[in-house]
Design a binder for this molecule. Structure first.
Ligand SMILES: NC(=O)c1ccc[n+]([C@@H]2O[C@H](COP(=O)([O-])OP(=O)(O)OC[C@H]3O[C@@H](n4cnc5c(N)ncnc54)[C@H](O)[C@@H]3O)[C@@H](O)[C@H]2O)c1
Length: 252
C-alpha cells in the first residue's frame, strides 16, 4: 500500500478522472476526501469507496470561490487533522472558435481551471507548512497546456497557466519539503470527451493523431497520479508528466 496513513483531497472527485484517482488512492490505503458541486454524486462515490473497503468523506463547494475552498479544507482538517496529498482535478472545457469565445466563457474557464487550482493549492500548502507536512500537490493540466488545439484557446490558456503555476509553486515550496507536479493527460474517455467519442465521423480521424491508436482510460491517469502522490516520485518536483499515448510527439 503506497499511500497508507495518508490523507488525500481530490477536487472534482465524483466523476471521470477524479473519481478514478479517488478509488485508486483509497485502494492504496489513503483516507480520501472528495469535493465537487453535486452532493448526490459525491455521496455515491463515497459509498463506492467504502463498499470497496476504503475510507472516504465528501464536502461540496465551488473551487472558484475562496470561501468554499476554505470550508472544504476545514471540513477535511476537522475530520482527519491533516492533508498530505492534494489533487487539483476540478476543471471544465467548452470548445469554441477563438473568434466566438464570449468574455463570460473565458472568465469561467480561468476561474475554475486556473484560479481554482491557485486557491486550493494555496489553502492546502499553507496547512502543510503550518503542520510541517512534507506533502505532494498534483495539478491536473493537459497536453493542451503544452501545445495548442483548435477551438480551445481559453482552455489551452488555462492549462498553460496551470503548468507555469505548478513550476512556480514547486520552486517556492521545495525548500520546505512540498512537491508540486502537473499531470498532462491526452484524450481520456470521460463525459468531457464523450461527444467526440460518440461521433463516428469525428473519432476515427482523431484516433489517427494518437500513435497508440486508442483513447486513454481514467484508470491510466489514476496510476500516474498515484506515482506523483507517492514516494516513488520523491525526487521530482515542478514536472509536467505527459500521459497521452504519444499524441504530443507526433507532427502529422
Ligand atoms: N478527459 C480528458 O480527455 C482530459 C484530458 C486532459 C485533462 N483533463 C482534465 O482532467 C480533469 C477532469 O476532467 P474529466 O475528463 O474527468 O471530466 P469531468 O467533467 O468528469 O470532471 C471534472 C470534475 O470537475 C468538477 N468541477 C467542475 N467545475 C467545478 C467547480 N467550479 N467547482 C468544483 N468542482 C468542479 C465537476 O463536477 C467534475 O466532477 C479536468 O481538469 C480536465 O481539464 C481531461
Amino acid at each position: 500500500m503506497r499511500l497508507k496513513g495518508k490523507v488525500a483531497l481530490i477536487t472534482g472527485g465524483s466523476t471521470g478522472i477524479g473519481k478514478s484517482i479517488a478509488l485508486r488512492f483509497a485502494q492504496e490505503g489513503a483516507r480520501v476526501a472528495i469535493t465537487g458541486r453535486d452532493r448526490g454524486m459525491l455521496q455515491e462515490t463515497v459509498e463506492e469507496i467504502v463498499a470497496a473497503g476504503g475510507e472516504a468523506i465528501c464536502t461540496d463547494g465551488d473551487v472558484q470561490h475562496k470561501a468554499d475552498v476554505r470550508r472544504m479544507v476545514d471540513d477535511v482538517l476537522a475530520k482527519w487533522g491533516t492533508i498530505d496529498v492534494l489533487v487539483n482535478n476540478a476543471g471544465i472545457c467548452k470548445p469554441a472558435a477563438f473568434l466566438d469565445i464570449e468574455e463570460e466563457e473565458w472568465d469561467r474557464h480561468m476561474a475554475i481551471n486556473l484560479k481554482g487550482t491557485f486557491l486550493s493549492g494555496q489553502a492546502v500548502a499553507r496547512e502543510m507548512v503550518r503542520k510541517g507536512v512534507k506533502g505532494s500537490i498534483i495539478n491536473m493540466s493537459s497536453v493542451n497546456g503544452l501545445a495548442a488545439e483548435g477551438d480551445q484557446a481559453h482552455y489551452n490558456a488555462t492549462k498553460g497557466g496551470v503548468n507555469l503555476l505548478t513550476m512556480s509553486m514547486a520552486i517556492e515550496l521545495a525548500p520546505i519539503g512540498i512537491r508540486v507536479n502537473a499531470l498532462c493527460p491526452g484524450f481520456i474517455e470521460t463525459r468531457l470527451t464523450k461527444p467526440l467519442i460518440d461521433n463516428p465521423a469525428a473519432i476515427g480521424p482523431y484516433l489517427k493523431t494518437i500513435p497508440m491508436g486508442r483513447v486513454g482510460l481514467p484508470d491510466e491517469i489514476a496510476d500516474s497520479a498515484l506515482f506523483l502522490a507517492s514516494g516513488d516520485s520523491r525526487y521530482m518536483t515542478g514536472h509536467c508528466l505527459v500521459v497521452d499515448g504519444g499524441q504530443l510527439i507526433k507532427l502529422s
